[in-house]
Design a protein around this ligand. Structure first.
Ligand code: FEO
Length: 602
């Protein structure tokens, strides 16, 4: 590969590596870059990892043709770049090594020689003329080891930037977003040394750079201001993205619930961007990257063995190690009897430069309750005080009643848990394709039926007709099959899959086999194939709107029955919630519809 007429690429792609530097996952592999400058003198820029000796030497030989290299320029002594120094020096006995004094000391450690009679020691500002091309050296200690140098080729205006501007990923892997993996690489590997990178950027500002050749990742030729600006932001520890990143650990799901509930609360307060990370399951390096990317973070964890949960402990240590600073931090703690996680997290981070802690700390005693929900709201309001709430104009665009205009049928899903038959009412069913015949069924995860379908992979869909009375909905929709046997005393036929189908109030049934399941948060979506189907009546299908107009009992009016109570009535099944305010996440205990389906009793 040509970088310029005289500068060639001879690096390699590593797709076998599992963990880069023994800790970073690299799903797209890793590139170890090396270059050759062909001039009156020939300079080779760095070697590659030990697993690619012959591939690299072959590439080098091909570029050299019948020439021999004069110099091996070593910018960095970490073995992913230096492993083949000795192999190179044996193969080309006329060549000399050009590097910093510190690098030769490290060479002695790795190879038992510092090449005393074949070396050229260079420091800040030194130059190495090659003919038409001249290399000028720039010291870059701690970007990422102390011996690091960079070099600037004055004629073609190329910066050989060592680990600087590197990223995870092999060069032959598809990648349309440099910043994502470059940011994870930067904060994982160089992030601790922001001041050193700042010093380097000041030196680079005086150079006319047209191309950046890093030791990892793509060669950068266009829009260099973009990369330099990002490096400036990262190394100055300035936030790159205005918004809130939430990091949580959760033992039994309650802290996770709080973290997840915070997301819509932040949105409602106008937060421009939100990220959420499960520290036990998501990539820790990605989490560290996000903590430095966002202007505000929220840490949510449990009190654990007198301290905090291990993944949060590790995460905070990772942040401190990299001089975490200039951010606002919100804290959520959970503890069943003596929560102290917030205090411990704050103590761990205190002393960090320009860290501000939110005044609203959320305390959860095991599970969320009214007090901790209110505290969550308070935290969201405090973190978003500077943002404009979604304006009236935006809200006016959202007419929730528009959702009611979508047409639905109503169905009884019949299943069997291995011991008994079960049934529940659903309305979210649609045929997706006819060839192959695929039907989607969405079921609330709180329903026992969801659990059975997930376990068994089969279900029958009974298509209710307009003949179905309200009692059918009470029977299958308002009680849980875990608590009662909905088919006790009934004698019904079974379809070929062994599941029951109703003998009346339906116009057809379909036997379904689950092909795919997608977790939709509150619901599970089952994509099913049809194994059997039969029309049993010519009656019209019961639609949701027909049910609302003709089947469901009329909600009580003021002064009548339930209406004497103060509260909210479920427009689907008539359940009455007593209380002035209906919680926005309230789910009807009978029919499992949400707060949007409730109306205030007048
Ligand atoms: Fe790519 Fe610091 O070695």
């Amino acid at each position: 590969m040509y970088i310029t007429d005289d500068i060639r690429y001879i690096g390699v792609n590593d797709h076998k590596i599992d963990l880069f530097e023994g800790q970073y996952v690299v799903p797209d592999g890793m590139a170890y870059n090396s270059y050759v400058i062909l001039d009156y003198k020939v300079a080779v820029m760095d070697t590659v990892d030990r697993n690619f000796t012959h591939e690299w030497l072959d590439k080098l030989a091909k570029v050299l043709g019948d020439r021999k290299p004069d110099y091996l320029v070593v910018h960095h002594m970490e073995p992913d770049h230096s492993a083949n120094i000795l192999n190179f020096m044996k193969l080309y006995p006329e060549a000399e090594i050009v590097s910093s004094a510190a690098a030769f000391r490290v060479m002695n450690n790795y190879f038992g020689t510092d090449f005393a009679d074949r070396r050229v020691v260079v420091g800040e500002g030194d130059t190495l003329p090659l003919g038409r091309h001249v290399l000028q050296f720039i010291t870059a200690p701690m970007v990422h080891w102390p011996e690091v140098i960079m070099s600037y080729e004055k004629t073609d205006k190329v910066l050989f930037s060592a680990d600087g501007f590197g990223k995870f990923g092999a060069l032959d892997a598809y990648d349309d977003d440099w910043a994502c993996e470059a940011r994870r690489y930067y904060f994982g590997i160089v992030g601790k040394f922001g001041d050193k990178v700042q010093a380097l950027l000041k030196k680079a500002a005086g150079l006319d750079i047209r191309t950046i050749c890093p030791l990892h990742g793509p060669i950068l030729k266009e829009n260099l201001g973009y990369y330099l600006d990002l490096y400036n932001t990262w190394s100055a520890y300035e936030p790159e993205t205005d918004g809130v990143a939430i990091f949580y650990t959760s033992v039994y799901g309650h802290t996770k619930e709080a973290a997840e509930k915070l997301v819509p609360l932040l949105k409602a307060e106008g937060c421009p961007k939100i990220a959420i990370t499960d520290l036990a399951r998501d990539d820790m390096a990605e989490a560290v990257e996000d903590a430095f990317r966002y202007s505000k973070i929220v840490l949510a964890t449990t009190t654990y063995n007198g301290g905090i949960f291990p993944f949060m402990q590790t995460f905070i240590e990772e942040l401190k190690e990299r001089n975490y600073q200039k951010r606002t931090i919100g804290l959520i703690e959970n503890g069943s009897w003596a929560p102290q996680a917030a205090k411990i997290m704050k103590n761990m981070l205190e002393g960090g430069k320009d860290l501000t802690f939110a005044e609203n700390t959320v305390r959860i005693l095991g599970a969320l309750n009214d007090a901790s929900n209110a505290a969550l709201k308070g935290l969201a309001q405090e973190l978003c005080a500077e943002y404009e709430k979604p304006g009236a104009e935006e809200l006016a665009k959202q007419d929730p009643k528009a959702m009611f205009k979508i047409g639905y049928g109503l169905y009884v899903v019949t299943t069997n848990d291995g011991k008994k038959d079960n049934g529940c009412i659903v309305n979210t069913v649609v045929q997706l394709t006819s060839t192959p015949n695929r039907v989607a069924v969405c079921i609330n995860k709180q329903n026992y039926t969801h659990h059975i379908v997930e376990q068994t992979g089969i279900l029958n869909l009974n298509v209710l007709s307009v003949e179905a009375p309200f009692s059918v909905f009470q029977e299958y929709g308002f009680v849980s099959g875990r608590a009662v046997d909905k088919f006790a005393g009934k004698t019904l036929e079974r379809s070929g899959n062994g599941l029951l189908y109703l003998d009346k109030y339906i116009n057809a049934y379909l036997s379904l086999k689950v092909e795919e399941h997608t977790d939709m948060g509150t619901h599970g979506l089952f994509i099913c194939s049809v194994t059997e189907s039969k029309v049993v009546s010519s009656a019209e299908t019961m639609t949701y709107s027909y049910y609302q107009s003709n089947v469901k009992p009329r909600p009580p009016k003021a002064g009548e029955g339930e209406a004497k109570k103060k509260g909210w009535v479920c427009t689907v099944c008539g359940y009455v919630y007593e209380g002035e305010e209906l919680p926005p996440d309230f789910i009807c205990p009978l029919c499992k519809h949400g707060a949007a389906d409730f109306e205030k009793l007048q």
